[in-house]
Design a binder for this molecule. Structure first.
Ligand code: SF4
Ligand code: SF4
Length: 383
C-alpha cells in the first residue's frame, strides 16, 4: 500500500513551499505517525552535481530549508546530504553544497547540519534481488530515519528519475560508476536501483516538482514548471503518481516496471491511495522525453538475432559539443569502463567499450554532451 499526497505549489517562495509541504504532511497523517521528537533525520536530497537551483537539476534549497524547518519545529534534528556524482570527499561535498545554494541551510545550534562524514560501510542483504552486498554512505546508519527528498526529472537511461532513483545517491561516489559498469543492461540496472531503494528504506518521501526538468535530463535538460509537491510513505507509489502528473505512462519507466514485477506496487496501481489534490486538478502536461537508450534498449522490441547488428548501428551514443566543451576531463573520470580519452578539441569515445550509461552526459558541468541516435533507423523501427 502507498499513500501519496499531491499538492499545488507554483514557485519557490519560502512561505508557499512550507505551506505546501505542511499540507502534504497533514494529508499523510502528520509527522507523529512516522517519527518522534528527538529523532535525527537524514534528508537525502538530489545533489547530482554543482548546479545553481534555477537549472532544476537538484532539489531546490528553499524546498529543503522549508522541510528542515518543519522538522526542527517538530523537535527533530536534521542532517542534509547526498553522495553526488564524482569523488565522495569533503571538498567535493562543500563545492556541491555551495554551487547548489545549500551553504546557508545549517543552523548554528546544530539542529540543521550539512553532512561532511564521507565514511562508507558495507552491508549484507541476502533478501535483495541482485545486490547481496552493498557499500553505502555511513551517515545512513547515524540517523533514525532517512527521508527521500527528490526532484522530478527526465533521464536518458531510465526515462524518468524521481523517488526511487534518488536513493542511488546512498551509494558512495565513484562506486556508482562501478554499478553501471557491472550492470549495463537496463533490466539489471533498474533491479539494482530498486534494491538500493529497498535498502535505504526511506520513512517518508518528498518530491520537489515545483519546477522539474524535461528533455535531456537528468542534468542537461530544460526546467519545466509543474507546480506540485508530492509526499508519500512509499517512494515506489509516489513515482507512479509523479509520472502520470507529467504525462508519462508509468510503464515507460523501467524502474516502475521492476516494482510491479516484484509486487512492490500492485498491478493496475490499485494499492495507491491519492490524498490532497487529484491529478485532474493540475493542467495537463506532456513533458518532453529524453532520447532514451542503453545497452539493452532493444530488449523485447526486436528478435534476439537482430539485436546485435542493430545495436551496432542504432545504439545511441554520446557526442560532444566543441562549442561548449572545455576539456575539463570530468566525463573521462566518470566513465565506468574508461571509454573516454581527451582529444585536442573534444573527448573521444571507444564505442566498443561504451556501455551507454550516459554518466558523461549526466555529469558534464558544461552541458556539452548530447545523445545521438541514427534518426532513420530509429523511425523505421519506431523506438
Ligand atoms: S564534455 Fe563536458 S565533462 Fe567532458 S571534457 Fe568536455 S566539458 Fe568536460
Ligand atoms: S562514454 Fe559515456 S555513455 Fe559511454 S560508458 Fe562512458 S560515460 Fe557511459
Amino acid at each position: 500500500m502507498g499513500k501519496v499526497s499531491l499538492r499545488a505549489c507554483d514557485g519557490y517562495d519560502y512561505e508557499g513551499v512550507r505551506e505546501g509541504l505542511q499540507k502534504t504532511i497533514d494529508d499523510l497523517g502528520g509527522l507523529r505517525a512516522y517519527i518522534k521528537p528527538g529523532d535525527r533525520i537524514l534528508l537525502k536530497a538530489n545533489l547530482l552535481m554543482k548546479k545553481t537551483p534555477d537549472k532544476a537539476t537538484t532539489t531546490h534549497p528553499v524546498f529543503v530549508k522549508a522541510l528542515s524547518d518543519i522538522l526542527v519545529d517538530f523537535g527533530a534534528r536534521v542532517v542534509i546530504g547526498d553522495s553526488p556524482g564524482g569523488p565522495y570527499n569533503q571538498s567535493a561535498l562543500k563545492s556541491v553544497y555551495k554551487g547548489c545554494g545549500y551553504l546557508d541551510l545549517p543552523r548554528e545550534d546544530g539542529t540543521i547540519q550539512l553532512n561532511y562524514n564521507t565514511g562508507t560501510l558495507k552491508k549484507s542483504r541476502e533478501d535483495l534481488h541482485l545486490l547481496k552486498q552493498l557499500e553505502i554512505i555511513a551517515v545512513m546508519e547515524e540517523v533514525d530515519h532517512v527521508f527521500d527528498v527528490c526532484k522530478l526529472k527526465t533521464h536518458g537511461m531510465t526515462v524518468y528519475t524521481g523517488a526511487v532513483k534518488n536513493m542511488f545517491g546512498t551509494i558512495p561516489g565513484i562506486l556508482k560508476a562501478e554499478y553501471h559498469f557491472k550492470m549495463p543492461r537496463i533490466t539489471d540496472f533498474t533491479h539494482m536501483l530498486v534494491d538500493v531503494c529497498l535498502n535505504a528504506n526511506p520513512t517518508l518521501t518528498f518530491m520537489d516538482a515545483v519546477v522539474g526538468m524535461e528533455g535531456a535530463g537528468p542534468s542537461a535538460g530544460d526546467p519545466v514548471a509543474i507546480g506540485a509537491i508530492l509526499a508519500s510513505d512509499s517512494p515506489y507509489h509516489l513515482d507512479v503518481v509523479a509520472t502520470r502528473l507529467v504525462g508519462i505512462d508509468p510503464m515507460e519507466v523501467p524502474t516502475i516496471e521492476r516494482t510491479l514485477e516484484r509486487g512492490i506496487v500492485a498491478a493496475g496501481y490499485e494499492d495507491i491511495t491519492l490524498v490532497g489534490m487529484k491529478l485532474e486538478d493540475f493542467p495537463k502536461l506532456d513533458i518532453r522525453r529524453p532520447r532514451v537508450g542503453g545497452i539493452g534498449f532493444l530488449e523485447n522490441k526486436v528478435p534476439v538475432f537482430l539485436q546485435r547488428p542493430l545495436n551496432r548501428y542504432m545504439n545511441p551514443r554520446p557526442v560532444f559539443d566543441p562549442d561548449r566543451c572545455v576539456l575539463c576531463g570530468d566525463c573521462m573520470r566518470a566513465c565506468p569502463p574508461g571509454a573516454i580519452t581527451l582529444g585536442k578539441r573534444i573527448p573521444k569515445v571507444d564505442l566498443d567499450l561504451c556501455i551507454r550509461c550516459f554518466c558523461c552526459q549526466e555529469l558534464c558541468p558544461h552541458e556539452a554532451v548530447e545523445i545521438y541516435r541514427n534518426p532513420i533507423l530509429s523511425k523505421i523501427i519506431r523506438l
